[in-house]
Write a protein that binds this ligand. Structure first.
Ligand code: HEC
Length: 147
């Protein structure tokens, strides 16, 4: 894939739908927070240099994920709360508290919701597929990166 095409894809990911916008969150600042706080030690995160670890779940297509930590609807309020204190939300989870401030958590959440936004299809937060939707589909929900 050529560099201009990669840049164009990255630009597509900039604008999440209204229900995934984080009040007071700045996605560009959030990308810096995510890079500096070492999230990439455990996560694959598109757009963050060196974030290539599979210790935790990959955060690719984050704006299209229905659930957070397998327990909470993936929404701005739940994601900000998770980033502030994962141990309070899910005691004993392998994700440690990282000491983010409220502003940092909002910025990081805004950045995460920019990942995968702008794609034609979205999975509404917390909504499983209807019966029968899980079979062969002409247009898979998660498309290949260069598709
Ligand atoms: C020491 C490893 C580690 C670090 C560092 C870490 N995480 Fe996690 N993270 C995890 C693990 C493990 C999970 C899965 C937790 C669960 O499902 O209970 C997780 C879950 C998540 C989830 C939900 C993923 C999903 O698929 O539901 C998000 C979002 C997330 N982390 C973001 C971050 C961000 C942003 C940072 C940096 C501020 C960060 N994490 C730092 C290990 C880590």
């Amino acid at each position: 894939m050529t560099l201009p095409l990669l840049l164009a894809l990255a630009a597509c990911d900039a604008e999440p739908p209204p229900e995934l916008r984080v009040a007071g969150g700045d996605a560009a600042a959030g990308r810096v927070v995510v890079g500096e706080r070492g999230c990439g030690a455990c996560h694959v995160i598109p757009g963050v240099r060196g974030a290539v670890s599979w210790a935790g779940p990959p955060l690719e297509e984050w704006s299209r994920r229905g659930w957070l930590a397998g327990r909470f609807p993936n929404r701005p309020d739940t994601l900000v709360a998770w980033l502030l204190d994962p141990q309070a939300m899910s005691p004993g989870t392998a994700m440690p508290n990282l000491g983010l401030t409220e502003a940092e958590a909002r910025d990081a959440a805004a950045f995460l919701f920019s990942i995968g936004a702008g794609r034609a299809e979205r999975v509404p937060a917390g909504m499983p597929l209807a019966p029968g939707d899980g079979g062969p589909r002409p247009d898979p929900r998660i498309r290949p990166r260069d598709g």
